[in-house]
Design a protein around this ligand. Structure first.
Ligand code: SAM
Length: 276
C-alpha cells in the first residue's frame, strides 16, 4: 500500500472521518448517511459483495491488525484512503468495537426510477413503512432467495442500505433491484397498474382470500404489498389495491412477523409460477 493511501490517525480532526461518527445512533445515522450520500459496509464479506455489485468505497477504517486481511479489498482502490488507528480511538469515533475487522464508507448508489425497475419484472414486493432494519434485511434475503424480481420501498420505510439491513440481508440488498417510491399509496399503486401489475395486499382483513386459493400463476404480474409491524397496511392502501390475501393462521396466533409473511407469499408465488 502506498504512503498516500495509508492514513495513520492519532486524533479525530480529519473531516473524512465524520463518515464514521456515532455509528450506534440509529436516528442520526439514518438521516446523515442519506444526506451525505454514503452507506456503511462492515466485514470482509459485505464490503466485497458491495464492490462486486459495482459500488465504490470512499474510505476504509480499521486497526493495524486487520490491514493484511483487508488488503485484497483496499488494493482494488489505491486512490481511496485507508484510515488506521488504535482500537480505543476507533471506538471513540464510531461508538462501538469494530469486531468485524473493518468498516468501509461506501458511495450510496443512485436508485433507478420506478418505471425502469418494473421493466421486465413479473413479481414485485412492496415494503410499506417497515420500520425495523432487521425485517427489511430479512425481506430482501427472502426476495432474493425466492425469486422476487424487484422491491419497492415506501417513503417511510427503513433504509435497506443501513448497516443492520445489509448484514441481515446477507448482502442481497446489493443483488435485488430496488428503489424508493416518492409517493404511496395513490401514485405508487397507479404506477404499478400502468405497468400491468395486479396489486395484492397481504392483510388480515375480513373477506381476504386465503393464500392457497389465490391465482399467483404466470399469467399475472403481481405486486405483493406487506405492511408495518404494528398496525399493518394503511386504510388507504387497503382501499386502493386489487385484492386482499391472508395467510390462514392456526393455534390462536393472530399474525406472522412481516418478514415471515413475506417468505410464505414469495414461496407460494414461486411454486405457482413453476406449476405454470
Ligand atoms: C405483524 S403484521 C401486522 C398485524 C396487524 N395487527 C394487522 O392487522 O395487519 C405485519 C404485516 O405482515 C403481513 N402479515 C402478517 N401475518 C399475515 C397473515 N396471516 N396474512 C397476511 N398477511 C400477514 C401483513 O402484510 C401485515 O401488514
Amino acid at each position: 500500500m502506498s504512503e498516500a493511501q495509508l492514513r495513520r490517525i492519532t486524533e479525530l480532526g480529519d473531516p473524512a472521518l465524520d463518515d464514521y461518527l456515532r455509528m450506534t445512533d440509529v436516528k442520526l445515522r439514518s438521516r446523515v448517511e442519506v444526506e451525505r450520500g454514503l452507506f456503511m459496509a462492515e466485514s470482509f464479506e459485505v464490503i466485497s459483495r458491495a464492490m462486486d455489485a459495482g459500488m465504490a468505497p470512499r474510505s476504509f477504517l480499521m486497526s493495524e491488525k486487520w490491514l493484511q486481511k483487508f488488503a485484497p479489498l483496499y488494493e482494488r482502490f489505491p486512490e481511496v484512503p485507508v484510515f488506521v488507528g488504535e482500537e480505543a480511538l476507533l471506538e471513540q469515533l464510531t461508538g462501538f468495537h469494530l469486531h468485524r475487522g473493518a468498516l468501509a464508507a461506501m458511495q450510496r448508489p443512485e436508485l433507478p426510477g420506478v418505471a425502469q425497475l418494473l421493466e421486465g419484472a413479473r413479481t414485485v414486493a412492496v415494503l410499506e413503512d417497515i420500520v425495523d432494519h432487521t425485517n427489511v434485511g430479512a425481506m430482501f434475503r427472502s426476495a432474493a432467495a425466492l425469486g422476487v424480481d424487484a422491491v419497492l420501498v415506501t417513503p417511510q420505510c427503513a433504509d435497506p442500505l443501513y448497516r443492520r439491513s445489509i448484514r441481515v440481508s446477507m448482502g442481497t440488498v446489493f443483488q435485488v433491484p430496488w428503489t424508493r417510491l416518492t409517493s404511496w399509496p395513490a401514485a405508487g399503486i397507479d404506477g404499478l397498474h400502468e405497468a400491468g401489475f395486479d396489486v395484492l395486499a397481504l392483510a388480515l382483513t375480513d373477506g381476504a382470500a386465503p393464500l392457497d386459493g389465490v391465482d399467483l400463476g404466470p399469467k399475472r404480474k403481481v405486486a405483493l404489498v406487506l405492511g408495518a409491524e404494528g398496525h399493518g397496511l394503511k386504510p388507504a392502501t387497503l382501499r386502493a389495491v386489487d385484492e386482499h390475501v391472508v395467510i390462514p393462521m392456526a393455534g390462536g396466533v393472530d399474525s406472522l412477523n412481516v418478514a415471515a409473511a413475506s417468505a410464505v407469499v414469495f414461496w407460494q408465488r414461486r411454486a405457482m409460477l413453476s406449476l405454470g
